[in-house]
Design a protein around this ligand. Structure first.
Ligand code: ATP
Ligand code: MG
Length: 336
Protein backbone atom coordinates (compact mmCIF):
# COMPACT_ATOMS: atom_id res chain seq x y z
CA UNK A 1 0.00 0.00 0.00
CA UNK A 2 1.49 3.35 -1.05
CA UNK A 3 1.46 6.63 0.79
CA UNK A 4 -1.24 9.21 0.13
CA UNK A 5 0.44 11.92 2.18
CA UNK A 6 3.98 12.32 3.46
CA UNK A 7 4.88 15.40 5.47
CA UNK A 8 8.44 16.53 5.92
CA UNK A 9 9.02 18.88 8.88
CA UNK A 10 5.78 20.63 7.99
CA UNK A 11 5.70 23.85 10.00
CA UNK A 12 3.51 26.94 10.29
CA UNK A 13 4.29 30.00 12.34
CA UNK A 14 1.87 32.85 13.02
CA UNK A 15 4.27 35.54 14.20
CA UNK A 16 5.98 34.00 17.20
CA UNK A 17 3.40 31.24 17.58
CA UNK A 18 4.45 27.82 16.27
CA UNK A 19 1.00 26.59 15.29
CA UNK A 20 2.38 23.49 13.53
CA UNK A 21 5.81 22.39 14.65
CA UNK A 22 7.90 20.22 12.30
CA UNK A 23 5.37 17.49 11.68
CA UNK A 24 6.50 14.25 10.04
CA UNK A 25 3.65 11.94 9.11
CA UNK A 26 3.02 9.24 6.56
CA UNK A 27 -0.59 8.51 5.72
CA UNK A 28 -1.23 5.32 3.78
CA UNK A 29 -3.50 5.10 0.77
CA UNK A 30 -6.94 3.88 1.76
CA UNK A 31 -6.71 4.50 5.49
CA UNK A 32 -8.72 6.77 7.71
CA UNK A 33 -6.12 8.74 9.59
CA UNK A 34 -7.06 10.96 12.52
CA UNK A 35 -5.41 14.05 13.93
CA UNK A 36 -6.69 14.13 17.49
CA UNK A 37 -6.00 17.10 19.71
CA UNK A 38 -7.51 19.84 21.87
CA UNK A 39 -8.58 23.30 20.69
CA UNK A 40 -5.76 25.25 19.15
CA UNK A 41 -3.51 22.20 18.72
CA UNK A 42 -2.84 22.99 15.06
CA UNK A 43 -5.21 20.53 13.36
CA UNK A 44 -6.93 22.97 11.01
CA UNK A 45 -3.65 24.67 10.15
CA UNK A 46 -2.15 21.29 9.21
CA UNK A 47 -5.12 20.37 7.00
CA UNK A 48 -5.09 23.78 5.34
CA UNK A 49 -1.41 23.41 4.46
CA UNK A 50 -1.98 19.92 3.04
CA UNK A 51 -4.96 21.19 1.05
CA UNK A 52 -2.73 23.99 -0.33
CA UNK A 53 -4.90 26.72 1.20
CA UNK A 54 -2.08 27.90 3.49
CA UNK A 55 1.64 28.04 2.69
CA UNK A 56 3.98 26.34 5.16
CA UNK A 57 6.57 28.50 6.90
CA UNK A 58 9.03 25.63 6.75
CA UNK A 59 9.10 22.06 5.49
CA UNK A 60 6.73 20.58 2.94
CA UNK A 61 4.47 17.64 2.15
CA UNK A 62 3.72 15.31 -0.72
CA UNK A 63 -0.01 14.93 -1.26
CA UNK A 64 -1.30 12.47 -3.89
CA UNK A 65 2.20 12.37 -5.35
CA UNK A 66 2.71 16.14 -5.63
CA UNK A 67 4.62 18.65 -3.54
CA UNK A 68 2.34 21.20 -1.85
CA UNK A 69 4.88 23.93 -2.56
CA UNK A 70 5.41 23.11 -6.21
CA UNK A 71 2.16 21.66 -7.57
CA UNK A 72 -0.81 23.05 -5.61
CA UNK A 73 -3.05 23.02 -8.72
CA UNK A 74 -2.50 19.30 -9.32
CA UNK A 75 -3.18 18.56 -5.68
CA UNK A 76 -6.45 20.48 -5.67
CA UNK A 77 -7.82 18.22 -8.41
CA UNK A 78 -7.09 15.17 -6.28
CA UNK A 79 -8.46 16.27 -2.92
CA UNK A 80 -11.83 17.04 -1.42
CA UNK A 81 -12.29 19.05 1.74
CA UNK A 82 -15.02 19.61 4.29
CA UNK A 83 -14.13 22.66 6.35
CA UNK A 84 -14.54 22.90 10.10
CA UNK A 85 -16.96 25.78 9.71
CA UNK A 86 -20.05 25.53 7.57
CA UNK A 87 -19.32 26.80 4.05
CA UNK A 88 -22.60 26.00 2.38
CA UNK A 89 -24.87 28.81 1.12
CA UNK A 90 -27.97 28.59 3.28
CA UNK A 91 -30.13 30.53 0.85
CA UNK A 92 -29.55 28.05 -1.97
CA UNK A 93 -30.96 24.56 -2.28
CA UNK A 94 -28.85 21.46 -1.78
CA UNK A 95 -28.80 20.87 -5.53
CA UNK A 96 -27.73 24.46 -6.26
CA UNK A 97 -24.89 24.26 -3.75
CA UNK A 98 -23.67 21.07 -5.38
CA UNK A 99 -24.02 22.53 -8.88
CA UNK A 100 -21.93 25.63 -8.08
CA UNK A 101 -19.18 23.46 -6.67
CA UNK A 102 -19.29 21.18 -9.69
CA UNK A 103 -18.91 24.17 -12.00
CA UNK A 104 -15.90 25.33 -9.95
CA UNK A 105 -14.31 21.98 -10.72
CA UNK A 106 -15.05 22.33 -14.41
CA UNK A 107 -17.93 19.82 -14.47
CA UNK A 108 -21.04 20.59 -16.47
CA UNK A 109 -24.11 19.34 -18.30
CA UNK A 110 -25.62 15.90 -17.94
CA UNK A 111 -22.50 14.45 -16.28
CA UNK A 112 -22.65 17.05 -13.50
CA UNK A 113 -26.39 16.59 -13.04
CA UNK A 114 -26.01 12.80 -12.77
CA UNK A 115 -23.12 13.09 -10.30
CA UNK A 116 -25.11 15.47 -8.11
CA UNK A 117 -28.14 13.21 -8.02
CA UNK A 118 -26.05 10.13 -7.34
CA UNK A 119 -24.21 11.78 -4.48
CA UNK A 120 -27.34 13.33 -2.96
CA UNK A 121 -28.85 9.86 -3.06
CA UNK A 122 -25.69 8.46 -1.46
CA UNK A 123 -26.10 10.74 1.58
CA UNK A 124 -29.91 10.31 1.62
CA UNK A 125 -30.71 13.88 0.65
CA UNK A 126 -32.25 13.31 -2.76
CA UNK A 127 -35.72 14.16 -1.51
CA UNK A 128 -34.36 17.41 -0.11
CA UNK A 129 -32.50 18.51 -3.22
CA UNK A 130 -34.80 21.44 -4.03
CA UNK A 131 -35.16 22.65 -0.46
CA UNK A 132 -33.19 25.67 0.77
CA UNK A 133 -30.34 24.61 3.03
CA UNK A 134 -31.56 26.90 5.83
CA UNK A 135 -34.33 24.34 6.38
CA UNK A 136 -31.81 21.48 6.82
CA UNK A 137 -30.69 20.16 10.21
CA UNK A 138 -27.01 20.35 11.22
CA UNK A 139 -26.47 16.70 10.32
CA UNK A 140 -28.08 17.15 6.88
CA UNK A 141 -25.82 20.13 6.17
CA UNK A 142 -22.76 18.10 7.12
CA UNK A 143 -23.88 15.28 4.80
CA UNK A 144 -24.44 17.78 1.99
CA UNK A 145 -20.96 19.20 2.54
CA UNK A 146 -19.49 15.69 2.41
CA UNK A 147 -21.41 14.89 -0.80
CA UNK A 148 -20.23 18.18 -2.30
CA UNK A 149 -16.60 17.37 -1.51
CA UNK A 150 -16.89 14.11 -3.48
CA UNK A 151 -18.19 15.59 -6.75
CA UNK A 152 -14.88 15.60 -8.59
CA UNK A 153 -13.97 12.06 -7.42
CA UNK A 154 -11.04 13.01 -5.17
CA UNK A 155 -8.44 10.47 -4.08
CA UNK A 156 -7.99 12.05 -0.68
CA UNK A 157 -10.67 13.54 1.51
CA UNK A 158 -9.95 16.03 4.29
CA UNK A 159 -12.60 16.27 6.98
CA UNK A 160 -11.97 18.99 9.55
CA UNK A 161 -14.01 18.18 12.67
CA UNK A 162 -16.72 16.40 10.67
CA UNK A 163 -19.22 16.17 13.53
CA UNK A 164 -18.47 19.29 15.54
CA UNK A 165 -21.54 20.62 17.29
CA UNK A 166 -23.82 17.75 16.24
CA UNK A 167 -25.87 15.74 18.71
CA UNK A 168 -24.65 12.20 19.47
CA UNK A 169 -27.21 10.43 17.28
CA UNK A 170 -26.49 12.64 14.29
CA UNK A 171 -22.77 12.22 14.83
CA UNK A 172 -23.13 8.44 14.65
CA UNK A 173 -25.08 8.84 11.41
CA UNK A 174 -22.32 10.98 9.86
CA UNK A 175 -19.76 8.38 11.01
CA UNK A 176 -21.62 5.72 9.03
CA UNK A 177 -21.17 7.77 5.85
CA UNK A 178 -17.48 8.29 6.51
CA UNK A 179 -16.95 4.55 6.99
CA UNK A 180 -18.97 3.82 3.83
CA UNK A 181 -16.93 6.30 1.77
CA UNK A 182 -13.72 4.64 2.83
CA UNK A 183 -15.05 1.15 2.10
CA UNK A 184 -16.99 1.77 -1.10
CA UNK A 185 -14.88 4.46 -2.70
CA UNK A 186 -11.50 3.28 -1.41
CA UNK A 187 -10.62 6.82 -0.48
CA UNK A 188 -7.89 7.99 1.86
CA UNK A 189 -9.43 10.13 4.59
CA UNK A 190 -7.59 12.52 6.87
CA UNK A 191 -9.85 13.80 9.59
CA UNK A 192 -9.29 16.04 12.56
CA UNK A 193 -11.24 15.76 15.75
CA UNK A 194 -11.13 16.60 19.41
CA UNK A 195 -13.62 13.84 20.17
CA UNK A 196 -11.94 10.71 21.49
CA UNK A 197 -14.88 8.47 20.63
CA UNK A 198 -14.86 9.72 17.06
CA UNK A 199 -11.14 9.04 16.63
CA UNK A 200 -11.53 5.60 18.14
CA UNK A 201 -14.58 4.65 16.09
CA UNK A 202 -13.37 5.89 12.71
CA UNK A 203 -9.61 5.90 12.52
CA UNK A 204 -7.27 3.12 11.45
CA UNK A 205 -4.45 5.18 12.90
CA UNK A 206 -4.32 8.30 15.00
CA UNK A 207 -1.71 10.99 15.59
CA UNK A 208 -2.24 12.89 18.82
CA UNK A 209 -1.32 16.52 18.32
CA UNK A 210 -0.71 19.13 21.01
CA UNK A 211 0.79 22.62 20.65
CA UNK A 212 1.60 21.86 17.01
CA UNK A 213 3.58 18.70 17.78
CA UNK A 214 2.75 15.06 17.19
CA UNK A 215 3.11 13.52 20.63
CA UNK A 216 1.93 9.98 19.86
CA UNK A 217 1.00 7.88 16.86
CA UNK A 218 -0.53 4.47 16.36
CA UNK A 219 -3.73 2.46 16.02
CA UNK A 220 -6.28 3.20 18.76
CA UNK A 221 -5.30 -0.07 20.47
CA UNK A 222 -1.59 0.60 20.21
CA UNK A 223 -2.03 4.05 21.70
CA UNK A 224 -4.07 2.74 24.58
CA UNK A 225 -1.71 -0.09 25.47
CA UNK A 226 1.28 2.18 25.03
CA UNK A 227 0.49 4.34 28.03
CA UNK A 228 -3.07 3.77 29.04
CA UNK A 229 -3.83 1.00 31.47
CA UNK A 230 -7.16 -0.09 32.87
CA UNK A 231 -7.78 1.11 36.39
CA UNK A 232 -9.56 -0.93 39.06
CA UNK A 233 -10.92 1.00 42.04
CA UNK A 234 -11.42 -1.01 45.21
CA UNK A 235 -13.09 0.37 48.32
CA UNK A 236 -12.28 -1.70 51.39
CA UNK A 237 -13.79 -1.71 54.83
CA UNK A 238 -11.44 0.37 56.92
CA UNK A 239 -9.43 -1.14 59.70
CA UNK A 240 -9.89 -4.75 58.85
CA UNK A 241 -7.41 -7.29 57.51
CA UNK A 242 -3.82 -6.79 56.49
CA UNK A 243 -3.93 -3.78 54.21
CA UNK A 244 -0.18 -3.62 53.58
CA UNK A 245 -0.06 -7.34 52.66
CA UNK A 246 -3.06 -6.82 50.37
CA UNK A 247 -1.33 -3.94 48.59
CA UNK A 248 1.96 -5.80 48.22
CA UNK A 249 0.20 -8.75 46.60
CA UNK A 250 -1.80 -6.46 44.32
CA UNK A 251 1.44 -4.91 43.10
CA UNK A 252 2.67 -8.28 41.90
CA UNK A 253 -0.43 -9.02 39.76
CA UNK A 254 1.11 -7.55 36.59
CA UNK A 255 4.76 -6.77 36.14
CA UNK A 256 3.87 -3.12 35.55
CA UNK A 257 0.80 -2.71 37.71
CA UNK A 258 0.86 0.19 40.12
CA UNK A 259 -1.21 0.48 43.27
CA UNK A 260 -2.25 3.61 45.15
CA UNK A 261 -3.94 3.90 48.49
CA UNK A 262 -5.69 7.21 48.69
CA UNK A 263 -7.80 8.04 50.69
CA UNK A 264 -7.14 5.31 53.29
CA UNK A 265 -9.82 2.88 52.16
CA UNK A 266 -9.81 3.48 48.41
CA UNK A 267 -7.24 1.59 46.38
CA UNK A 268 -6.62 2.16 42.69
CA UNK A 269 -4.77 -0.51 40.75
CA UNK A 270 -3.61 0.11 37.21
CA UNK A 271 -3.36 -3.11 35.24
CA UNK A 272 -3.25 -4.34 31.64
CA UNK A 273 -6.60 -6.08 31.46
CA UNK A 274 -9.01 -5.32 34.30
CA UNK A 275 -11.70 -7.98 33.66
CA UNK A 276 -9.06 -10.75 33.76
CA UNK A 277 -7.53 -9.44 36.96
CA UNK A 278 -10.64 -8.82 39.06
CA UNK A 279 -11.04 -12.45 40.29
CA UNK A 280 -7.43 -12.37 41.51
CA UNK A 281 -8.14 -9.15 43.43
CA UNK A 282 -10.93 -10.94 45.32
CA UNK A 283 -8.70 -13.97 46.00
CA UNK A 284 -5.95 -11.79 47.42
CA UNK A 285 -8.47 -9.89 49.55
CA UNK A 286 -9.67 -13.23 51.02
CA UNK A 287 -6.12 -14.32 51.77
CA UNK A 288 -5.39 -11.07 53.63
CA UNK A 289 -8.72 -10.88 55.43
CA UNK A 290 -9.81 -7.75 53.59
CA UNK A 291 -13.48 -7.00 52.99
CA UNK A 292 -14.16 -5.33 49.66
CA UNK A 293 -17.25 -3.15 49.83
CA UNK A 294 -17.11 -1.71 46.32
CA UNK A 295 -15.20 -2.48 43.15
CA UNK A 296 -15.38 -0.77 39.78
CA UNK A 297 -13.05 -0.38 36.86
CA UNK A 298 -12.48 1.83 33.85
CA UNK A 299 -10.88 0.73 30.60
CA UNK A 300 -7.98 2.73 29.22
CA UNK A 301 -9.13 5.49 26.89
CA UNK A 302 -7.42 7.78 24.42
CA UNK A 303 -8.01 10.53 26.96
CA UNK A 304 -5.84 8.62 29.45
CA UNK A 305 -3.14 8.55 26.79
CA UNK A 306 -3.39 12.30 26.35
CA UNK A 307 -3.47 12.86 30.11
CA UNK A 308 -0.40 10.72 30.61
CA UNK A 309 1.51 12.54 27.88
CA UNK A 310 0.48 16.11 28.67
CA UNK A 311 -0.93 16.16 32.19
CA UNK A 312 -4.15 17.60 30.74
CA UNK A 313 -7.37 16.17 29.37
CA UNK A 314 -8.75 16.68 25.88
CA UNK A 315 -12.12 18.28 26.21
CA UNK A 316 -14.69 15.66 25.32
CA UNK A 317 -18.13 17.16 25.35
CA UNK A 318 -19.70 15.21 22.54
CA UNK A 319 -21.89 17.46 20.47
CA UNK A 320 -21.55 20.08 23.15
CA UNK A 321 -23.30 23.40 23.33
CA UNK A 322 -19.94 25.21 23.21
CA UNK A 323 -19.05 23.49 19.94
CA UNK A 324 -22.45 24.29 18.53
CA UNK A 325 -22.18 27.97 19.44
CA UNK A 326 -18.60 28.16 18.17
CA UNK A 327 -19.52 26.68 14.81
CA UNK A 328 -22.60 28.84 14.39
CA UNK A 329 -20.78 32.02 15.41
CA UNK A 330 -18.02 31.41 12.90
CA UNK A 331 -20.44 30.57 10.12
CA UNK A 332 -22.44 33.72 10.82
CA UNK A 333 -19.28 35.80 10.92
CA UNK A 334 -18.27 34.47 7.52
CA UNK A 335 -21.64 35.24 5.94
CA UNK A 336 -21.26 38.97 6.63
N1 ATP B 1 -4.73 33.16 11.05
C1 ATP B 1 -4.18 33.00 12.24
N2 ATP B 1 -3.43 33.97 12.80
C2 ATP B 1 -2.84 33.81 14.00
N3 ATP B 1 -2.96 32.70 14.76
C3 ATP B 1 -3.69 31.71 14.27
C4 ATP B 1 -4.36 31.80 12.98
N4 ATP B 1 -5.02 30.63 12.76
C5 ATP B 1 -4.80 29.87 13.84
N5 ATP B 1 -4.02 30.49 14.75
C6 ATP B 1 -3.53 29.94 16.01
O1 ATP B 1 -2.78 28.77 15.71
C7 ATP B 1 -3.03 27.74 16.65
C8 ATP B 1 -3.54 26.52 15.93
O2 ATP B 1 -4.84 26.79 15.42
P1 ATP B 1 -5.70 25.73 14.64
O3 ATP B 1 -6.95 26.41 14.18
O4 ATP B 1 -4.86 25.07 13.61
O5 ATP B 1 -6.01 24.68 15.78
P2 ATP B 1 -7.07 23.49 15.83
O6 ATP B 1 -6.35 22.32 16.38
O7 ATP B 1 -7.74 23.35 14.52
O8 ATP B 1 -8.10 23.99 16.94
P3 ATP B 1 -9.71 24.04 16.98
O9 ATP B 1 -10.12 22.90 17.83
O10 ATP B 1 -9.98 25.34 17.64
O11 ATP B 1 -10.24 23.96 15.59
C9 ATP B 1 -3.99 28.32 17.66
O12 ATP B 1 -3.25 28.81 18.74
C10 ATP B 1 -4.66 29.45 16.90
O13 ATP B 1 -5.08 30.47 17.78
MG1 MG C 1 -9.63 23.41 13.90
Amino acid sequence: MGSAIITNNLTKKYGELLAVDHINLEIKSGEIFGLLGPNGAGKTTTIHMLATILKPTEGTAIVAGYDIRKNPKEIRKKIGIVFQDMTIDRNLTGYENMWINGRLYGLSGKALEESILELLDYVELKDWKDVEVKKYSGGMIRRLEIARSLLHHPEILFLDEPTIGLDPQTRAHVWDYIIRIKKEKGMTILLTTHYMDEAEKLCDRIAIIDHGKIIALGTPDELKTMVGQDIIYVRIQSQNGRVSGFIEKLKSINSNSSVNLNPPNLISISVKNAPNVIPTVFEIADEEGIKIIELKYSRASLDDVFLKLTGRRIRDESGSWTDFVRTRMRARFRRR
